[in-house]
Design a protein around this ligand. Structure first.
Ligand code: BYC
Length: 468
């Protein structure tokens, strides 16, 4: 089969010889990476997966059994918008760029490489999880997420190959060279070098870190560089499923915790082999604060430059009235002389914070849904998102200490109390001890409730993975 037949696409790949040649060279390296760094098991098994085969709203998701290495990693952009204009920044109202604007070439390449780097990183982080899946349904969802992250890498590599010439091709190779957590060639962004060692972490990652993906993609979907905008718009349709896996995954752990509390004479969930709500809260604190770091500094000249040059906007830029944002300011809690106070920052420099605000609200809606489930179960407990200042390692709060309520505390108090707020060694060992594979049709591990429904109308006990 010709490469352009193996790669479903709407970029006229069969006609673009230069692009085809570049992808032909890259594809075997991609597969090598997949075998080396992708899921450590089940590569020869048939998995019930959806594949993007076209971009029209009804027909793009096709479900069938496929072996992961045979997955058709396609290249899709949403259809072009007639006479699209740049929606923000110094070039507001000018025609959107169909080619890379020379003066912003480096910045644009950097954004695309940073975005692209997260996709294989997440596959690497999750590669061992298939050995401890709590059900066949969950294992299938993990693989769905993994192959789609692979496709998102293809999406960014397409942009690098199609628009950045030789240095784009070199960047595409480097994307396969770096490895999550590697001391010498780590992935670019912080969270993507952290291990995802258990399924509670996986659900937290898909809830909180994939949601950073959603917001970064929403900001890039506004880009004045039209191919980037159109690529990221299509990626967003897949991202929604990843967050569904995260939110419902944590929700099912929470539901099971409530059930086990009622079963136990002392309401002791661990005694019943489940994950207690205090532990869930600690994992929320960890993954949420780590994901907040992915928005970059609160006050950022990079963000101001990206906005000014029309490369990266705000999510749903159309909801704002001032698309130039040259005179507006944004009030940010800052540390001044070691103490927390507030400062008005030029709006363009605060764009990371504006995006972070929308992200926080979106998370809160998910957490509210968990809390409603807890209340409906008759349990008196509230899961909370910690303050945006808590446990940060990027931006203006780095190096200072805050409790989950956002109050500044001393280094001594932090050291004394951090294990009340974040998973400690014993918590991790306990959660890990529960991670035993359950792959019988329709069965669930004891620590997680069954999902409400199966995938694509299939029953929960459907054979999502053909084990032989
Ligand atoms: N870790 O001005 P600053 C996803 C660097 S997730 C390490 O504060 P800026 C997905 C920064 O690069 C979405 N380094 O921040 C989810 C800069 O370096 P240089 C991924 C960091 O540049 C789950 C310096 O610190 N997409 O899709 O305004 C599964 C000062 O930076 C970090 C994107 O991120 C960090 N956390 O914003 C799969 C979109 N934060 O230039 C996939 C593209 C900052 O001084 N990326 N730095 O060497 C961007 O738009 C920006 O790079 C960032 C940072 C928002 C990440």
């Amino acid at each position: 089969m010709q490469l352009h037949e193996k790669i479903p696409n709407n970029v006229n790949l069969s006609q673009d010889k230069r692009l085809l040649r570049a992808l032909e060279k890259w594809q075997p390296d991609y597969l090598k990476w997949w075998h080396e760094a992708g899921p450590t098991n089940f590569q020869a098994n048939e998995i019930y997966l959806r594949t993007a085969i076209s971009v029209d709203s009804k027909g793009w998701a096709h479900f069938d059994y496929v072996k992961m290495p045979d997955y058709k990693w396609g290249i899709f952009l949403t259809p072009p918008e007639h006479d699209r204009r740049i929606g923000f920044g110094d070039f507001l109202g000018k025609a959107a760029w169909q080619e890379v604007p020379g003066e912003f070439r480096n910045a644009l390449r950097r954004i695309i490489v940073t975005q692209g780097d997260t996709e294989p990183a997440s596959v690497e982080q999750q590669r061992l999880l298939c050995n401890t899946a709590p059900s066949m349904y969950d294992c299938r969802n993990l693989f769905q997420v993994n192959v789609e992250e692979g496709r998102h890498l293809w999406a960014m590599v397409y942009l690098l190959h199609a628009y950045f010439g030789r240095d784009g091709r070199e960047e595409a190779e480097d994307l396969l060279e770096r490895r999550s957590g590697d001391a010498d060639k780590p992935r670019i962004l912080s969270t993507f070098n952290e291990p995802i060692a258990d399924w509670l972490s996986f659900f937290m990652f898909t809830m909180f870190t994939d949601r950073d993906g959603k917001y970064q993609l929403l900001a890039l979907a506004e880009s004045g560089f039209d191919p980037l905008a159109r690529t990221t718009r299509f990626m967003l349709t897949e991202e929604a499923h990843h967050m569904f896996v995260g939110e419902t995954g944590v929700g099912r752990v929470v539901k099971r915790a409530c059930d086990l509390m009622k079963k136990d004479p002392n309401e002791d969930v661990r005694n019943q082999g489940g994950i207690d709500l205090d532990t869930v809260q600690k994992y929320v604190n960890h993954w949420y604060s780590s994901s907040l770091d992915l928005f970059g500094g609160e006050i950022s000249t990079n963000a101001a430059d990206y906005f000014a040059s029309g490369l990266k906007g705000r999510e749903h830029e159309g909801q704002f009235t001032d698309h130039v944002a040259l005179h507006a300011t944004y009030r940010i809690p800052v540390i001044d002389d070691g103490r927390l106070t507030e400062r008005d920052v030029p709006m363009r420099n605060a764009m990371n914070e504006v995006l972070r605000d929308a992200y926080i609200d979106d998370n809160q809606r998910g957490v509210d849904r968990w809390n409603r489930m807890i209340a409906e179960a008759g349990v008196n407990y509230t899961i909370t998102l910690p303050s945006r200042r808590f446990n940060r390692t990027m931006g203006i709060y780095t190096g200072y200490h805050f409790n989950p309520a956002g109050e500044q505390i001393s280094a001594g108090e932090w050291e004394r109390r951090k294990h009340e707020w974040l998973p400690n060694e014993a918590d991790r060992i306990y959660v890990k001890s529960l991670m035993l594979p359950v792959l019988e049709l329709g069965k669930m591990a004891n620590w997680i409730a069954a999902p409400e429904r199966g995938v694509k109308g299939q029953p929960i006990d459907f054979e999502y993975i053909r084990l032989v």
